[in-house]
Design a protein around this ligand. Structure first.
Ligand code: URA
Length: 304
């Protein structure tokens, strides 16, 4: 029910953003809302609202054997998903292992079954020799269409953030906790509006695939973008608000993990202060990765 309620809320938010002030609502949705408001019912998951403004983060500075997945214990919270895969990577060089893993994920029947017609399973992309791996939440509409992480509005902003670090997108590796876009109800026209955060069970299913990518790529450090990515890597329930963990170094799979805001947060609240907070986290990432930092870069978004 939480999923349906999150979807309904998201759709109402979308309509509101379009300027609609009245909606006709089905009996089914009314019943859903009644059940959600009943005292014994748990709170609905908060949907992630769609981006509302254009990105402006622009400081403008100068195979061997195939990989195999076998069954592990099932995730309790998602009975409709099979057990999370246990990934066995083949021997071979990095490129072979990465290609085998990609093939494994793209052909995973559970991933494929969760992708809507016309959409694609989304695997990580980028430089497998990189020092820096970014990890986001889940594909959105553009990502499931193109089969690549972070190509929509949040992705464009992420690309600008990477540029501000003096790098280009192909210099880093970009992945997600999820390999499919968490499904939303489909409108009469066949369109799936909005996004919702993945459930714990969905994340538990896909996490072995991200962990395997980290093992293969072996980046010097990882950057978790937003609360869901941070929860996926640090563990659900390890923090309440992102502010508790962002801007600090943690550890995942034996590697330093920086937590920062998701680019879509800046899209929604594009204040200089928020940009500066993310930027300070990225400066720490640059320092740890041994990237050169100019005075100009150090000063981005200050005093505005
Ligand atoms: N947001 C994410 O977290 N990942 C994507 O790939 C796109 C948007």
């Amino acid at each position: 029910m939480q999923r349906s309620l999150a979807a309904l809320t998201s759709e109402l938010q979308r309509l509101k953003a379009e300027g609609k002030r009245t909606v006709s609502i089905s009996d089914e949705s009314v019943a859903l809302l009644r059940r959600a408001l009943a005292p014994a019912t748990s709170a609905a998951a908060q949907p992630r609202p769609a981006p509302v403004s254009a990105p402006t983060f622009s400081p403008a500075p100068a195979v061997s054997a195939p990989a195999k997945a076998v069954a592990a214990p099932a995730a309790k919270s998602e009975p409709s998903l099979p057990p999370a895969p246990v990934v066995r990577l083949p021997e071979g060089d990095k490129a072979d292992r990465w290609a085998a893993l990609r093939e494994l994920v793209l052909s995973d029947p559970t991933c494929r079954a969760n992708v809507r017609p016309g959409g694609q399973v989304v695997f990580g992309v980028g430089n497998i020799e990189t020092r820096i791996m970014f990890v986001g939440e889940a594909p959105g509409a553009e990502e499931e269409q193109q089969g690549e992480p972070f190509v929509g509005p949040a992705g464009q902003l992420l690309t600008k953030m990477i540029g501000a670090m003096g790098l280009e997108r192909p210099d880093v590796y970009i992945g997600n906790i999820m390999n499919w876009r968490p499904q939303m109800p489909v409108s009469a026209g066949g369109v799936q509006y909005g996004n919702r955060p993945p459930t714990a069970g969905e994340m538990a299913y896909c996490l072995p695939y991200l962990t395997a990518q980290i093992e293969v790529v072996a980046p010097q450090l990882i950057v978790a973008l937003g609360k869901t990515a941070a929860e996926g890597l640090l563990g659900a329930g390890t923090f309440r608000a992102l502010g508790e963990v962002r801007g600090h170094w943690h550890t995942f799979a034996g590697r330093p993990l920086m937590v920062t805001y998701h680019p879509s947060y800046v899209l929604h609240t594009p204040s200089s202060q928020n940009k500066r907070l993310i930027w300070e986290d990225l400066l720490k990432v640059m320092e740890k990765a041994g990237l050169e930092i100019s005075d100009r870069q150090r000063g981005f978004f200050l005093g505005k």
